[in-house]
Ligand binder design. Sequence first.
Ligand SMILES: NC(=O)c1ccc[n+]([C@@H]2O[C@H](COP(=O)([O-])OP(=O)(O)OC[C@H]3O[C@@H](n4cnc5c(N)ncnc54)[C@H](O)[C@@H]3O)[C@@H](O)[C@H]2O)c1
Length: 274
Amino acid sequence: MFKGKTYIITGIADKHSLAMYVAKEIIKNKGKVICTGLGVSSFHKNLSERAQAFLNQSYQHFEDSVEAELGKDVETHILDVTLPESINDFCQKLKDKNQPVDGLLHAIAMDKTIRNKKVKPLLEVNFDEFCETMQVSAFSLVSLIANLKAFDLLNPGSSICSLSYIVAQKVTFHPYRNISIAKAALERITIELADELGRQNGTRVNCVRFSPYLGSKAGTATLNSSDVEFAGQKSPLGNAHPQDLAYEVAHLLVPDMRITGEIRHVDGGYNIMG
Ligand SMILES: NC(=O)c1ccc[n+]([C@@H]2O[C@H](COP(=O)([O-])OP(=O)(O)OC[C@H]3O[C@@H](n4cnc5c(N)ncnc54)[C@H](O)[C@@H]3O)[C@@H](O)[C@H]2O)c1
């Protein structure tokens, strides 16, 4: 399915990351992946000791997990989407290796207004918190693609997919507030880019809304098990599994298809319920 094709996989934190399931599915179907992880880059300035230790540990987990789950030969890079220089440097490294790509999985999200599973009310979110969440979780899709295009690394007919959640559209049992707005922006960006990139480059841009999932670091940090159980009971098929997501994303990444601008659901049918 992916023979001779190369995909960038962002958002692997550890073996439980949703992005890891997608990477495995691509490799299983003979594709190549290039994985990016959050870590300390030469562009970080004035990092506190704590922040440096956090980023170093994150990168170590990422590298160890990629090696253990995907193999020693998988190419890895540091990428922090809050730093334009880091995005630029990542693309420069691909360019130096003459490595264009056939697609990208965007699986990046962060919202500091959710702490210890507690969500800050929107009226208490300040402008910096709003912008930071928006930059990491939504605008990063634009900046990543813009850089790939500027370096002429995005093959014609390539395919891009990002990950979202029902909160982009509806207030749910677990109101997310700030990140919900960023997810709504991510989905709108998907649609605008589907038009722009489809016409310019034959590139498809789609997004998949997934069930609540406790397994990942992001899920553990934001969700209660009661939320996940509630969603599972409300969904006709129960919550979707990460492997369901991997099949759907792989399908959207398959070369030479004409599906774009879709906001898909892989959620056991949760979205059809009132
Ligand atoms: N877990 C869920 O319930 C769930 C449900 C639907 C959608 N999603 C989405 O799936 C995606 C992956 O989440 P996950 O559940 O696998 O969790 P995860 O914690 O494994 O992945 C989140 C990733 O975002 C990365 N990241 C955060 N800030 C970054 C930055 N500045 N630069 C680069 N990378 C950065 C982290 O390093 C991590 O790899 C996210 O977009 C998330 O919103 C998750």
